[in-house]
Write a protein that binds this ligand. Structure first.
Ligand code: MG
Length: 326
């Protein structure tokens, strides 16, 4: 089995001419928004040093990733794993052609991001009432007032602003989430000035047709599909299927985490992010370019796993890292 995995990969697949209708309008390229250093590491039990994080980010750029979310300027008591955000960002080996977005929860976080010269920031909102209260200490309606000065100042400073939207496909306290509610939240974020909105399946309960339907409803409400990204978690093993469904619905920006690092600390039962390797493997087989060198990425995640003291949960990392040469 291992030998077969080593000698036969998605590189060798050919789709031929019998491609079903739903797959005929796939994009030539997908932009991967790598969240491993932020969303991944903030949800790992083992904290890693600033030096290891810097090397991780460097290796991700070496592997061809062009958007690498570097850290979060939340208060260190919330996310102690990223308490070194200021020092880390200041020490980044920034390269031409690579952007290094950071999370800013509030005005204080934005000030810290501005001090170190970040050019791309992200705020995080909730599509549901309960998660807004638990994660932001605001009601659903109050959260927009909290983000308004953050987004406005970031825009005034010339920064690009992404809006993360949690619980778009299900909420652990409220159950199902009405697509109309997701549309409403997306429009709030756009009205504030967010140029891109990442739709999060924060607890990983969504399924492919549902994900495609919600995206279609958002697009039909007048939101440009180019402004949407998808962010899936693999709690029920649906992350890759849901992501492919989102791509079939027209999304061309996908969030993923190298090696499948991270989960969600405030929503227990949530497991890791979609592994970047699993995504790249699938897209490569579908003839979609990502600019990523899969072998280099697998080597990076294997290296990071040694620092975290546990193997990567990514199937592709396991298949390629342990494979034998015939
Ligand atoms: Mg995530």
């Amino acid at each position: 089995m291992t030998r077969a995995a080593a000698t036969m990969t998605s590189d060798d697949n050919t789709t031929g001419s019998n491609v079903p209708e739903m797959f005929r309008s796939l994009p030539n390229r997908i932009r991967i928004w790598e969240v491993g250093p932020r969303d991944g590491l903030q949800n790992e039990a083992t904290a890693v040093s600033t030096e290891i994080k810097l090397e991780f980010i460097d290796r991700l750029a070496d592997a061809g990733l062009s958007v690498i979310e570097a850290t979060s300027f939340v208060h260190p008591t919330w996310v102690p794993q990223l308490a070194d955000a200021d020092a880390l960002f200041a020490a980044l080996n920034q390269r031409a052609g690579v952007v290094y977005p950071v999370l800013v929860p509030n005005e204080r976080g934005l000030q810290r991001a501005l001090v170190v010269g970040a050019s791309d920031v992200a705020v995080f909102a909730s599509a549901t009432e309960t998660f807004a209260r638990k994660n932001l200490n605001r009601t659903y309606d109050e959260q927009w007032a909290m983000f308004e000065p953050v987004v406005a100042q970031a825009r005034a400073e010339g920064l690009t602003v992404r809006g993360y939207l949690s619980m778009c496909f299900g909420d652990p306290w409220e159950g199902s989430v009405a697509p109309a509610r997701v549309v409403d939240a997306v429009q709030h974020l756009r009205d504030l000035g967010c140029g891109e909105i990442s739709l999060g399946d924060t607890i990983g309960v969504g399924t492919p047709v549902q994900v495609a339907a919600v995206i279609t409803e958002i697009a039909e409400a007048g939101v440009p599909i180019e402004s949407l990204a998808i962010h899936c978690h693999d709690t029920y093993g649906q992350a890759l299927a849901n992501t492919v469904a989102a791509i079939c619905a027209g999304v061309t920006t996908v969030d993923a985490s190298a090696g499948g690092l991270g989960g969600c600390p405030y929503a227990h039962s949530a497991t890791g992010n979609l592994a970047t390797e699993d995504l790249v493997y699938a897209l490569r087989g579908m003839g979609i370019d990502t600019g990523v060198d899969l072998d280099q990425l697998v080597a990076t995640s294997t290296w990071m796993a040694t620092h975290l003291g546990r193997p990567s949960p990514s199937r592709v990392v396991r298949a390629l890292a342990t494979s034998e040469t015939p």
